[in-house]
Design a protein around this ligand. Sequence first.
Ligand code: FBP
Length: 263
Amino acid sequence: MLPIDDTPLVRDGKILILAMDHGLEHGPVDFEPVPETIDPETVFEVGTHDAVTAMAVQKGVAEAYYPSYEDDVNLLAKLNGTSNLWRGEPDSAVNCSVDYAAEELGADALGFTLYGGSNNEIEMAEEFRDAQEKAREHDLPMVMWSYPRGQGLRSDRDPETIAYAARLALELGADVAKVKYPGTPEAMEWAVDAAGKTKVVMSGGSKSDDYAFLKQVEECISAGGKGLAVGRNVFQRDNPVQILDALEKVIFEEQSAEQALDA
Ligand code: FBP
């Protein structure tokens, strides 16, 4: 098993994933704030920024666009995903196999959503098992989008839920747990502790103002988090390079939000 720090997903122990699977998960409406982002090439161009350690996309986008970017961008192939048109209990269809991601798409890393607490958790965990074991054969790191939701779950981001989400990723063999920010550095620290050797990264969430967003990322890093997986907070900005410059300072140079914005 290749140590995760030796994979292209990680730079100096840190991770910045630029996610662009929103066309599937939320629909084209997420590209409306900056209309040119509906063209995946626009976002791939953003993904060539030095700070980005991998771009997370679904199979179809990877097949059609990644060949032009494989020299400049590391590919994280998202293996499952569901549209926002689905109205059932949270679930995620497996859209791409590990072999296909490794051999045909040229993936450097893999991503898999697990909705802990959903009626479909058992089936999703079993699908994750198959993918995780296959990923090991290809020496590909596995990132779990660990998102408790469904049934009677009262809050998908209270500290206990997020610590549990991070721990689920460790227990099931993910190399990285992508979790929602639980609101405070202390709660993030609990999640990091619960995840043990599994690295924890926070999810970007809906677009917020520069300072508020960078402050959360700063708190995540100071709590022991290893970075960020972000979509809208980058590609919905008119100047995505500027926010990536600032994120590079906060994540890789461990500067404060204030310092990063001061430049
Ligand atoms: P954002 O930073 O835009 O939240 O993107 C991260 C991500 O996990 C995407 O990979 C995914 O499309 C989206 O969030 C899912 O968001 P949710 O299911 O919470 O609405």
